[in-house]
Design a binder for this molecule. Structure first.
Ligand code: PLP
Length: 368
């Protein structure tokens, strides 16, 4: 590991490669693999990750919003890019940049059909999203007639795929619910395929879906958290390698006497003599206030040091009493050990939130 001298997010592209091959080993060789790179590739760096996925042979990429896809195109990414949650105002940009919309409601479908026609498109690839129980986005069974009649003679678009999203693929207590979602998707998608007399691909599995319901892999799977090194359960985390390591450095050490306080609003008052280390990252970097007051811990020379007092915008103070350390020493906020899962769960949140919250202010460095 390199010494970095400031707060950095280290992105290990070899770990991405490992995770990609591991997840691929869980599905049939012919099943396509879509890498989800929304939200700056889960807080890492969407361009670096997309380039690596492209070189590894991934079949597709997905982002949530149009501008995320524009950034990838501007960086020269050639893979097809599915935009999971586009809005009508961005459709012209999508077409200009060859980004493929998920169409999820009658209004969105009609609007895209109209614009694609105006712009003289032929067979523009689109994806239809179905709601099978998450109740977030997607057509329902009731929309089947509308879809079929809208698509009749509509040569401006081509339905590349039909898809749906699982609500609780990581939770085996919800197995029955998940199987019902899969069944409903099977029913809706088969009906539509006979009506369309074309053969769009089908896909519905996210990372935990790949692990727990591989029988529903259809033609493609969509993995996000897994390629970044997390499997939503300890036994899978063991087989994956975290891509991102958040490192920082000890800026200053203080000896705190009894009755002295540390940080804003004097949220921590010491009743003994302690030693604190001030670290150059705070809530503006993505370490939220929920980690303050001994909730979150970081690793200082291999020992856990709790965050004390309130998290500041640009700094946190950690208790390093009894830990052999000095100013300039490296600190691991999360990485292989302790993991982002360990830190996130300390504040009762999930790795998805912690990772995607690491702000753009934090310098990214790369290992390949
Ligand atoms: C974010 C997202 C995914 C990726 O989910 P993971 O649990 O990170 O693998 C897949 N599909 C859709 C529709 C998503 O929004």
């Amino acid at each position: 590991m390199t010494k970095v001298g400031e707060t950095v997010l280290e992105i290990d592209l070899r770990a991405l490669e490992h995770n990609y091959h591991y997840l691929r080993s869980k599905i049939n060789p012919s099943t396509k693999f879509l890498g989800v790179v929304k939200a700056f590739a889960y807080g890492s760096d969407s361009i670096a990750i997309a380039k690596k996925l492209e070189s590894l042979g991934a079949d597709y990429l997905a982002v949530a919003y149009t501008l995320e896809g524009v950034a990838l195109r501007n960086a020269g990414i050639k893979l097809p890019i599915l935009v999971l949650h586009p809005q009508q105002v961005s459709f012209a940009t999508m077409i200009e940049k060859c980004l493929e919309p998920s169409l999820y409601s009658p209004a969105i479908l009609s609007s895209f059909l109209k614009l694609a026609k105006q712009l003289g498109q032929k067979n523009y690839p689109v994806h239809l999203k179905f709601n099978t129980g998450l109740n977030r986005l997607g057509f329902g069974e009731k929309d089947m007639e509308f879809i079929a009649s809208s698509l009749e003679g509509a040569e401006q678009i081509k339905i590349s795929s039909l898809f749906s999203h699982l609500a609780a693929s990581e939770d085996m207590n919800e197995k029955e619910f998940t199987l019902a979602q899969i069944q409903l998707f099977e029913k809706i998608s088969s009906q539509l395929i006979t009506k369309l007399n074309s053969q769009p691909w089908r896909h519905m599995l996210n990372t935990s879906g790949i692990i727990n319901y591989p029988e529903a892999q259809y033609d493609m799977v969509r993995s996000g958290i897994g390629i970044y090194g997390f499997g939503n359960e300890a036994s899978e985390d063991e087989k994956l390698i975290p891509v991102a390591t958040l490192k920082t450095i000890i800026s200053q050490i203080h000896k705190i006497e009894p009755n002295e306080s540390v940080g804003y609003n004097r949220a921590f008052v010491s009743n003994t003599s302690i030693v604190t280390a001030t670290l150059p990252l705070g809530h503006a970097d993505g370490i939220g206030r929920q980690y303050g007051n001994r909730v979150g811990q970081v690793s200082v020379n291999g020992k856990l040091a709790p965050i004390i007092g309130n998290v500041c915008m640009d700094m946190i103070m950690v208790d390093v009493t009894g830990i052999d350390c000095k100013e300039g020493d490296e600190v691991i906020v999360f990485g292989k050990k302790p993991s982002a899962e360990f830190l996130a769960s300390s504040a009762k949140t999930i790795t998805y939130e912690l990772l995607t919250g690491i702000s753009q202010r934090v310098k990214r460095i790369y290992i390949d």
